[in-house]
Write a protein that binds this ligand. Structure first.
Ligand code: AMP
Length: 312
């Protein structure tokens, strides 16, 4: 598959890279890291990265604004996106061909070529693996690409703490840090938070509840968001904070927007099926969902309790 992806890329003059909505470091890292590799390796090709910019990730890369006509005769590569509904910028539909590269469970195997490896910690890890495989055919990896892929791996492994981290992940990360990018600055950009976010973290720690059977929940209403002047996307980033609580098994952070977005995490029981039931999806230990109101949020919590009970 890696060779077939390389061959298809060679055939196109224009390549447009997409990733999922509400991007995280791995979405940006895999999308823009691959773009950097392609720009360095094929200077004559036109390579674009599209999607809505995330304010909290602008330090990683800036994205391109391009007209619809750009997709004509173009190859679209979608990274880190399990299903077509979540692809940011639906104009991928205008492309001639499509490649999917991802590490989420392959519920929606879209694309003319589809490379999914759920054993990878991150899609950025897969992009580096693809680079290593095709290196002998002339692929180049710049320090900018290395920084992006490293950020994607660090982001999706929770700084190498999550069980998805393998010896291969650590090996790749150790190879990437040999490139000449400023790792300390990158870490600071990834983990320094503005004061309102730190205060919101205090709110989360003060107001979470352990409901039953190691199930934790925190509800962040629109009022609270306004009080702290944060977006629902900002709130989402605090979900891992609750992982530090002794005895917690599965937990959900709810943040109210037009809908209520839900970030789900687990230390054991697989939560992605519950996420799918509530208009979402993801990995067994890290998923996301959406519920229309607080009553449905409570139903989701009840499902987490049942799941936790059946995994005692
Ligand atoms: P998050 O809680 O946003 O960090 O997401 C955790 C994981 O679940 C990521 O791998 C996301 O790609 C996935 N995910 C989040 N929201 C959704 C959704 N609405 N549909 C499918 N997958 C999702």
């Amino acid at each position: 598959m890696k060779d077939r992806i390389f061959e298809l890329i060679q055939q196109y003059e224009t390549i447009i890279l997409h990733r999922h909505e509400r991007p995280d470091e791995d979405a940006y890292g895999s999308q823009c890291g691959l773009a950097e590799i392609l720009r360095a390796s094929f200077p004559k090709k036109k390579i674009f990265c599209v999607g809505k910019e995330a304010e909290s990730l602008v330090y990683l890369a800036s994205l391109d604004e391009i007209p619809d006509a750009s997709w004509e005769n173009a190859l679209a590569i979608i990274t880190d996106t399990a299903n077509t509904e979540r692809i940011d910028d639906k104009r991928y539909l205008l492309a001639s061909q499509l490649i999917k590269i991802d590490h989420h469970p392959n519920r929606d195997p879209y694309g003319d070529l589809c490379w999914v490896d759920t054993t990878a910690s991150s899609t950025s890890e897969l992009i580096y693996e693809w680079y290593l495989h095709c290196q002998s055919q002339g692929l180049l990896l710049t320090k900018e690409a290395a920084a992006l892929l490293y950020a994607g791996i660090v982001g999706d492994t929770g700084r190498f703490l999550y069980p998805s981290t393998t010896s291969k992940t650590l090996q790749y990360a150790s190879e990437l840090v040999n490139y000449d990018f400023d790792r300390t600055t990158l870490h600071n950009q990834m983990y320094e938070e503005p004061i309102n976010m730190v205060k919101l973290q205090g709110y989360v720690l003060e107001h979470f509840e352990i409901v039953e059977n190691g199930v934790g929940k925190i509800f962040i209403t629109k009022d609270v968001r306004e009080q702290f002047q944060v977006s629902a996307a900002d709130c989402s980033r605090l979900v891992s904070v609750l992982g530090a609580i002794k005895g917690i098994k599965v937990w959900a952070l709810f943040s109210e927007d037009e809908q209520i977005r839900v970030n789900l995490r687990s230390k054991g029981p697989a939560i992605n099926q519950i996420a799918e039931k509530y208009n979402g999806g993801g990995h067994p230990l890290a998923s996301g969902a959406n519920v229309p109101d607080w009553e449905t949020a409570e139903l989701l919590v009840q499902d987490l309790i049942k799941l936790s009970e059946s995994n005692k």
